[in-house]
Write a protein that binds this ligand. Structure first.
Ligand SMILES: [Fe+2]
Ligand SMILES: [Fe+2]
Ligand SMILES: [Fe+2]
Ligand SMILES: [Fe+2]
Length: 365
């Protein structure tokens, strides 16, 4: 690999990256499973970084910390690969996992040798890592790539499952995207953050009504709110407008369908506060229509107002008014679920695939 020791400090970062790109492009490292490629790219990045700090009089502490980071990351990468073997039911994974253990043991052993200077340790580790890079990825790891291709495994499903178990930093994603131009990982991470945030709100405010159909619809509203809130803080203005437009259309349709479901249930089971509760629903629908009017007039405050309305609704109506439905329906829950089934048979309920999938993700059914 290229010697980077003569380059000025401020361009070190680009130099690392250029070296990583060069190494990646010269070799057939790509396996086609986004999270694995991302981790291999990051390992190459760590090796390049270690090479840089192992030259001459660079900071010992930094070099030591790069060595530790690399060993820890390698362990994480191995556990991702081994999880992949389980998912794809890779035949005879033991010989592969044994080589993983071997590498880690050898690295740890070299690192522990306190009698040697850290530069010597780094050089010995680099020999092993460079050997690993070419031998292990190009030979051993390519074997499971071939298996995946042969067995026609659904790579994106696999990737999705793996991503939910690993930590991925923004830096790793940026480097991966620069090299591969693949944006799958970014979407996966956004999704992961999204689900995590929805889960936090759901649990913190104890929002479950314990009626599956209502919980499913409420979860969807939380999702719309979180998505829009995230977009308003992180996205570029064009994407933000796009998200707002989508949420506007969805929330009007959502309100219509969800309120109809809740009101049908309240009517059927004689909920005493039906009128007051329904009035609140109509008031919220009016807010949504108002936001829609503002949007059509290109009023820039429409998106901000919509986030506020959804937030107020979530923490006032769903967390308080709707929660009193939980106690009321609790004693009749079997009859309630039966009634919901009948509504579904009569075509009076709209079950959207996205809502069902989100609910299933939460309650893993
Ligand atoms: Fe690997
Ligand atoms: Fe491996
Ligand atoms: Fe509700
Ligand atoms: Fe309600």
């Amino acid at each position: 690999m290229k010697n980077s020791s003569l380059i000025p400090e401020n361009s070190v970062y680009n130099e690392y990256e250029n070296n990583v790109v060069e190494i990646w492009e010269k070799n057939n490292f790509r396996l086609g499973i986004p999270i694995i490629d991302l981790q291999h790219i990051w390992l190459i990045h760590l090796i390049v970084k270690m090479e840089f700090y192992s030259k001459g009089d660079m900071a010992r502490e930094t070099l030591n910390s790069v060595i530790i980071q690399t060993i820890e990351f390698l362990i994480e990468h191995y556990s991702t690969e081994e999880r992949l073997f389980q998912i794809i039911q890779f035949p005879n994974p033991l010989s592969h996992t044994r080589t993983h253990r071997n590498y880690v043991e050898q690295l740890k052993h070299i690192h522990k040798k306190s009698s040697e200077s850290i530069y010597k340790v780094a050089n010995r580790i680099l020999v092993l890592l460079n050997n690993w890079l070419y031998k292990h990825i190009l030979d051993h790891d390519h074997k499971y790539k071939e298996f995946i291709e042969h067995a026609e495994v659904d790579i994106y499903k696999c990737n999705h499952e793996l991503v939910s178990h690993v930590n991925i930093s923004k830096e790793q994603v940026r480097l991966y995207q620069r090299i591969t131009k693949d944006y799958t990982i970014k979407n996966e991470i956004i999704n992961k953050n999204l689900i995590g945030t929805i889960r936090d709100i759901w649990k913190t405010y104890n929002l479950s009504i314990q009626i599956p159909i209502i919980d499913m619809q409420h979860l969807w509203l939380v999702k719309m709110f979180v998505e829009l809130d995230l977009a308003s803080r992180t996205m570029a203005s064009i994407d933000r407008m796009e998200m707002f437009k989508k949420t506007m259309v969805r929330s009007l349709q959502y309100a219509k369908e969800h309120f109809a479901t809740e009101e049908l249930l309240m009517k059927e089971f004689g909920y005493p506060r039906l009128t007051i509760h329904s009035e609140k629903h109509s008031k919220f629908t009016k807010f949504l229509k108002k936001r829609n009017e503002e949007y059509k007039k290109n009023d820039l405050s429409a998106a901000f107002n919509l986030v506020q309305n959804l937030k107020d609704w979530l923490y006032s109506h769903i967390a308080l008014d709707d929660k009193s439905l939980r106690n009321f329906f609790h004693k009749d829950i079997i009859a309630v679920n039966q009634f919901v089934k009948q509504l579904n048979v009569k075509g009076m309920l709209k079950l959207h695939n996205g809502q069902v999938a989100l609910y299933q993700e939460f309650y893993k059914r």
